[in-house]
Design a protein around this ligand. Structure first.
Ligand code: SAJ
Length: 421
């Protein structure tokens, strides 16, 4: 049985580890966080992801998977560690990737395959990983093999998409791609496409940038609709009846560890790029736009209190990375609002989390930031008796606004300036 070392037991590394361990490999999942290693070895998933608990249970039962803080000799090494963005320089922080590659050097043996899955700026595999691995004195393509294989699964549906999405493998040479194809074929049911290593790196960034730009367009349309007294949600629905149009949804901004970050990896060293950073700017300006809507509806009052419904970066997940909620809250505080947050999924956040009733108590305005499905069940009559004033800003257009208006709420919907009361 072949042995695989996976670096990083996060949102991508842990599901990958479990899928390989349940498909014929012996896998060691490496993480620098002691608590994560402990939890995984007890069969516990450190975050929420549909189906992952069961998959980890299966791997544990098969005894094909262990977690550890230290790597060991293996046939394959997979790097799936975070590559965050340095907020000031807008450059990728590749320190975790670098560390993982450096520790592989000590274990690299002839015949090994090294796979980079982390999202990286173009050229990283050849310019950063390769020179580090060459310190082993083994030669790539001759003694060992190297590929870049981006993960394209969406948080919330990771397991399904890891198995069923098409996969791109970019190798330093043909032997590398062939070896990697064999490995991924063990659990991938989608098509596997082969390309070169730098193309694979850029494809991953293009996919997320494409989505980010399209959301920025929807956000710009929303603001134009507000200027024109048009309901953007209705307009998008009808525009999307065109056979070649598919406009995404506007919202309070773009969060998550991918769309808000990856486009910068393309922009940073390019002299030609223009639209990508503009789209980032538009999406980053949305929390400020939401605050303007709140200001308009609440007006000038003493010691205003707002209740934020949803701090996760998107619907039905517990993940708050790069969440637009945090930007909104910080901006609101600088304008003198006291903010109370409620999120049925999130367990820890930069701000205290309250129950729905506690968050609504003495509030002047509910601000719905995240489109969690269960929010549509909230009844205005449950909250209105607790609140100081009945105001609602819905940035995702998921509530039944007429019902809230009937209960005396002033309702503002992002992308729709037609009603002010
Ligand atoms: N959003 C909108 N409007 C929309 C769609 C999304 O405002 O119409 C917002 C969401 O609320 C969220 C953000 O965009 O704040 C990102 O959410 P998402 O669901 O679009 O994507 P992620 O970040 O969860 O996952 C993306 C996916 N990329 C693409 O669809 C191109 C996923 O396939 C990638 O694997 C993932 O990034 C990643 O890890 O790179």
């Amino acid at each position: 049985m072949k042995t695989i070392c996976v670096f990083g037991l996060g949102y991508i590394g842990l599901p990958t580890t479990c899928l390989l361990a349940t498909n014929g490999y012996k896998v060691i999942g490496i993480d620098i966080k002691k608590e994560v290693v402990k939890k995984v070895n007890k069969g516990k998933v450190p975050f929420e992801e549909t189906g992952l608990d069961e998959l980890l249970q299966n791997a544990t039962t098969l005894h094909t998977m262990t977690a550890s803080e230290e790597p060991e000799a293996a046939d394959v090494f997979i790097i799936a560690v975070p590559t965050p963005l340095d907020e000031e320089t807008k450059k990728a922080d590749l320190s975790h990737v670098k560390k993982a590659a450096e520790s592989i050097v000590n274990y690299l043996q002839p015949g090994n395959l090294v796979i980079l899955e982390s999202t990286v700026p173009p050229g990283t595999s050849e310019q950063l990983i390769l020179p580090i691995l060459e310190n082993s004195e083994l030669k790539v393509g001759k003694d060992y093999y190297l590929v870049y294989c981006p993960e394209r699964a969406i948080p919330g549906n990771t397991i399904y998409e890891m198995i069923n999405n098409d996969r791109i493998i970019g190798g330093i040479d043909k032997s590398s791609t062939d070896l990697a194809r064999e490995l991924y074929s063990s659990f991938v049911k989608g098509e596997i496409y082969l390309t070169d290593i730098r193309t694979a790196e850029i494809i991953k960034l293009m996919e997320n940038t494409y989505r980010d730009i399209n959301i920025a367009l929807a956000n710009e349309f929303a603001q134009i609709a507000e200027e024109n007294g048009v309901n953007i949600w209705e307009a998008i629905k009808l525009a999307n009846r065109h056979p070649r149009v598919n406009i995404l949804k506007p919202g309070p901004g773009v969060g998550g560890h991918c769309l808000a970050i990856d486009p910068w990896f393309l922009v940073k060293d390019s002299r030609r790029s223009r639209i990508i950073s503009l789209a980032r700017e538009i999406n980053d300006s949305m929390p400020g736009h939401v605050l303007n809507l709140v200001n308009e509806i609440v007006g000038k009052i003493m010691n205003p209190v707002i209740s934020v419904l949803g701090v996760a970066y998107k619907a039905d997940v517990d993940d708050t990375r790069e969440t637009p909620a945090l930007r909104f809250i910080r901006l609101a505080e600088t304008e003198g609002y006291r903010v109370k947050c409620y999120d049925p999924y999130v367990k820890s956040f930069e701000y205290p989390l309250y129950s729905l009733e506690e968050a609504a108590q003495d509030s002047d305005c509910l601000v719905l930031i995240t489109d969690h499905s269960q929010f549509s069940q909230i009844q205005p009559t449950e909250l209105s008796p607790l609140m100081k004033s009945r105001n609602l800003v819905d940035t995702r257009n998921i509530l039944e606004h007429e019902k809230w208006r009937r209960d005396g709420f002033k309702v503002r919907v992002l992308g729709d300036s037609r009603h002010h009361g």
